[in-house]
Design a protein around this ligand. Structure first.
Ligand SMILES: C[S@@+](CC[C@H](N)C(=O)[O-])C[C@H]1O[C@@H](n2cnc3c(N)ncnc32)[C@H](O)[C@@H]1O
Length: 373
């Protein structure tokens, strides 16, 4: 005989039957307190249903330069129509959609200013860059069930992130790393703020950023800690870009940049702190194990290792990030969004000690897992 499900599950099934019942939903709509809950749930569901449309509103706004045109200044529908080249009757519909989504405020009839979310979008170049990058992701997600079945593997994201295709040999060519390196540089500001607020680097003498891209995280750390010496390790195709970028910021005399493969080449061993920012999530467990084993081989005993990336967790931000990245990495064909415990296990398995999780103020962006070599 089959055992009956536990009480919590039976309650959930009962609740689901109630919610599925039109008569129950009519009752909910008549009782003021229940109506408020019901409306909130309906709005949440509609946000999911219309998510693609809302996101396309943002994409059009970014492409048209709408939010940038409203930085620190209000503008009329007429002036925005001339700025964007969209006829004002059509633009007004679009502007009102932006207002409904919390991106703009109609301060007076046909007079527009940025709302809170619009201000952030306009002031963070990385966010606009990610919104534009989504055009590619959405093409890959056009047939999501086929992607889940594994029937679609030649995706645009796989092409874009050249290092997930080319895991052997000499690695990607310079032209193949330009697109993602620029996107990573532009989208680093919020990530760096989040990490630097969550961990005190003041005792660190030499900071090595492994998979450090153009050096945007190192530059942010250098800005905060003027005596910090900087080391960056990335693919041979990325290293010259990092050198150029760090030189343009006047940081060359504090920096050594090394090109190589972080799964097998020796890493500089003079650092007392090493960061892996948005690195492990890109790779499947076996490759993460190879990266961590190489780090363990190369680093001196006592070196602090900090893994910083979006991780699954209990907060709403962490859950949203995990849902987003799960599909993103599926389309990319490599990696996954792990929780802190999974990352801690991979670090321990590689031989790292004193593994601990450090929450950040913005789990949507990153959580830290810190260990000692
Ligand atoms: C998602 S990006 C993150 C860049 C940077 N840490 C950030 O957060 O902006 C991953 C980085 O890892 C580098 N990378 C990928 N495979 C690598 C490998 N086998 N050896 C060294 N670097 C690698 C890429 O070139 C890229 O710069």
């Amino acid at each position: 005989m089959r055992a009956s499900p536990p009480l919590a599950l039976r309650l959930r099934l009962w609740r689901n039957r109630m919610i599925a019942s039109p008569a129950f939903r009519r009752l909910v709509a008549r009782v003021p307190l229940l109506r408020a809950i019901g409306n909130r749930k309906a709005n949440d569901l509609f946000r999911l249903t219309g998510g693609f449309i809302f996101s396309q509103v943002m994409l059009a706004g970014v492409r048209l330069g709408l939010y940038a045109a409203l930085v620190d200044t209000p503008a009329t529908t007429e002036s925005l129509a001339s700025h964007t080249g969209i006829p004002d009757t059509r633009l007004r519909i679009f502007l009102r959609a932006n207002a409904a989504l919390g991106l703009l405020v109609e301060a007076a009839p046909d007079l527009w200013v940025l709302d809170d979310a619009g201000v952030v979008l306009a002031s963070d170049r990385g966010l606009s860059a990610m919104v534009m990058h989504h055009a590619m992701l959405y093409r890959d997600l056009a047939e999501p069930d086929q992607l889940l079945r594994g029937a679609v593997t030649a995706t645009e994201l796989r092409e874009y992130w050249a290092y997930v295709r080319d895991m052997s040999g000499t690695g990607p060519k310079p032209a193949e790393v330009d697109g993602y390196s620029l996107l990573m540089r532009e989208s680093q500001a919020m990530m760096a703020d989040c990490i630097l607020a969550a961990h005190d680097f003041s005792g660190v003498r030499v900071l090595l950023d492994v998979g450090g891209g153009d050096g945007a995280f190192l530059a942010a750390a250098a800005n905060r800690y003027p005596d910090l010496a900087l080391r960056l390790f990335d693919l041979p195709a990325v290293a010259p870009r990092a050198n150029r970028h760090l030189e343009s910021l006047g940081l060359s005399d504090r920096t050594w940049v090394h090109g190589g493969d972080f799964t097998r080449d020796p890493l500089p061993d003079d650092a007392d702190c090493v960061t892996l920012v948005r690195i492990l999530c890109d790779h499947d467990d076996s490759r993460v194990a190879a990266i961590l084993a190489n780090l363990h081989r190369s680093l001196r005993s006592g070196t602090t290792l900090i893994v910083a990336e979006a991780m699954d967790g209990k907060t709403e931000g962490a859950r949203l990030s995990a849902a987003y990245f799960s599909l993103y990495f599926l389309a990319m064909g490599s990696g996954r969004c792990r929780n802190a415990q999974e990352i801690a296990s991979l670090l321990s398995a590689a031989g790292f000690k004193k593994v601990r999780t450090v929450a950040t103020a913005t789990p949507l962006i990153a959580t830290l897992v810190i260990a000692t070599r």
